[in-house]
Write a protein that binds this ligand. Sequence first.
Ligand SMILES: Cc1ncc(COP(=O)(O)O)c(C=O)c1O
Length: 319
Amino acid sequence: MNELSSTATFSSRSLKVGGTPLKRVYGDRCLGIYGKLEWFNPFGSVKDRAAYYMIRSAEARGDLKPGHTVVIEPTSGNTGIALAGIAGALGYEVEVVVPSQVSVETKAILKRMKVRVWEAEDDLCPRVGRGTDQAISLAQGLVKSYGGKYFMPNQYENQDNVKAHYETTGPEIWRQTGGRVTHFVAGVGTGGTIVGVGKFLKERNGEVKVYGVEPMPGHNLQGLRNLEESDTPKILEEGMDVIDDWIRVSDDEAFKHASELFSKKGIPAGPSSGAAYYGALTVAENLRKGVVVTVFPDSRHRHESTFNRWIKGELTRGK
Ligand SMILES: Cc1ncc(COP(=O)(O)O)c(C=O)c1O
């Protein structure tokens, strides 16, 4: 199996990306929902997989040369943290462009990791297309102006993002369920997770159904994208045929389900994990038998301030 579970060595440190636990969060052996706990990655989110693949492949192609290049990326935060860890350990400086509304915890982690943080007025997953892609445009503008200095992986268009999930997350799910997975549900930001995992699982078993979870316009779910507000990222557009159907989730359902995972099951899931859990429950409602797998991209520790705003009723959009 071509899996990224080997120990990769970066400068003096050893990191193991992938190989995260798959935990049953609902049901029994007949009908169960299983969540992949992605905060077990070294830098705390699913994005460690994409960052590792994008950086390693750029080095192999000769696009990145240690010591010379600054890696810059538009991100809702997690890819920036992952790049800071992975590219940083390899000797690159990292700069990120984030939407100004990303959580204070995310910004604090980036700053602590010595990342230069640029802020843009943007959606919580940077918009693509139609001239409104502030974070992406700002990053592209910096690359244009200071050409030789920057390398921008661009997770929205980079097939290494999809490949990371096709070669690691998908095979892990297949192995961890003993090939019994019947449905895969994932929140969609760049589309890397859903396209890579969906493609792998469908190649193994054409009967597997794949569902995308989409937030409402104006949502507060960091990392997820509403496709009415924003154009479809290139890697999602190219892999759209793996998605059988979509489930819409409100902010309230997402925060409520994330809170339930924590208070009732001791699983510290972030808001987009709550959205994914809601999506998985919606799929399971219509089943009598099945193995429904979803991905919990990061933990609530990066979003405590947003949970508090939700509890106080301050998140008024995304209903
Ligand atoms: C918290 C969170 N959830 C979900 C996603 C979506 O994952 P993908 O970009 O693979 O679609 C992201 C992506 O940044 C994220 O940070």
